[in-house]
Design a protein around this ligand. Structure first.
Ligand SMILES: Nc1ncnc2c1ncn2[C@@H]1O[C@H](COP(=O)(O)OP(=O)(O)OP(=O)(O)O)[C@@H](O)[C@H]1O
Ligand SMILES: [Mg+2]
Length: 311
């Protein structure tokens, strides 16, 4: 659904995006991660035909962004970093304005589409309220709904959850999931929230200084960073006997104790966990929980953008 070939954009001497090659399948939710200035917004703006590439090209929904920008715009919806809604207009009027701008000329078609969308995303009751009085989260929801009024097969969302409280951010994530399932949209989103990437995206791309550092599923990225596996055991009480029993077990490489929580470095959590649990139970330890500690996507991300080696 989205294919780029050496997509590049310069601003004077600054290379904002450099030779980006990317392939996004139909129906995929794809995430762009990267620090400020990485080139996420610039990439999205090129793909949505808001700015032209300096070099390279891309196909979006079957259309070339250089040869067919109008067709691309019709096939894509975009939520920009600062979505501008008309604050003096009501939610419905905003929707209607954009529906007309997208060439939906029939009033009845517009009405039914707007009603369907506002109802589906729980904004229908507020349709006659002015947007100026909406909360940031509601504005963001409306801006996303507005972006899909013309049923575009491709949707670009630039930081859809930026500046939202956890509950509103979750609502937006739920909305994106619904869109992906209900409208079968192909969604490219940029985010600084690794939780978004983890929960929504089938694959993510990590970029920095205009270059793609890595593409993969969140799981693949996590697995690529090499950290020592560890087991976390929480007990009701940690006695010297329990500690000694774990220490003498060859599977335990190092033990860190924080109160009743033990973090035990091991070579392989699958092999070590049963043995260590047995050693604790034999010393009458009462276990509250046992977890294999896995590196987070955040660990992988931070390692990558700091330029550390990953395996
Ligand atoms: N219109 C412009 N004129 C000059 N430089 C620009 C312009 N737009 C972007 N840049 C530069 O291109 C680089 C990439 O910017 P971009 O906005 O794409 O980053 P980003 O990954 O979206 O960052 P953020 O996470 O802060 O939104 C930055 O160095 C930025 O200063
Ligand atoms: Mg940006």
């Amino acid at each position: 659904m989205i294919d780029t070939e050496n997509l590049t954009r310069k601003f004077d001497n600054l290379i904002a995006v450099e030779n980006l090659n990317l392939h996004i399948e139909k129906g995929e939710v794809f995430g762009f991660l990267g620090p400020n200035g990485a080139g996420k917004t610039t990439t999205i703006r090129m793909l949505a035909c808001l700015i032209a590439p300096t070099k390279g090209s891309a196909m979006v929904a079957g259309y070339n962004i250089i040869k067919d920008p109008l067709k691309v715009r019709q096939s894509a919806g975009i939520l920009t970093e600062n979505p501008s809604l008309y604050e003096r207009l009501t939610a419905y009027e905003n929707m209607d304005f954009f529906a007309q701008a997208y060439g939906i000329n029939s009033i009845t078609v517009r009405q039914s589409r707007i009603q369907e969308l506002l109802e589906f995303f729980h904004l229908w009751e507020r349709r006659n309220d002015r947007v100026g009085g909406f909360s940031k989260g509601m504005k963001q929801k409306l801006a996303i709904v507005r972006a899909i009024v013309h049923k575009p097969p491709v949707l670009f969302l630039d930081e859809p959850t930026a500046g939202l409280d956890p509950e509103s951010a979750k609502e937006i994530r739920d909305m994106i999931t619904k869109l992906s399932q209900h409208e079968k949209s192909t969604i490219l989103l940029s985010t600084h929230h690794l939780e978004d990437a983890e929960k929504l995206c089938r694959r993510v791309l990590i970029m920095d200084k205009g270059r793609c550092l890595l593409v993969g599923t969140p799981d693949e990225l996590r697995k690529k960073i090499s950290t020592t596996p560890a087991i976390e055991v929480v007990l009701t009480k940690v006695t010297p006997e329990i500690l000694a029993a774990i220490e003498t077990n060859k599977k335990a490489l190092e033990i860190n104790q924080q109160g009743t929580r033990l973090l035990i470095n091991v070579e392989d959590t699958h092999v070590a966990t049963p043995e260590i649990v047995r050693a604790i139970v034999e010393k009458k330890g009462q276990i509250l929980s046992v977890n294999a500690v896995r590196p987070s996507l955040e660990d992988a991300y931070l390692k990558l953008v700091k330029g550390e080696e990953i395996s």
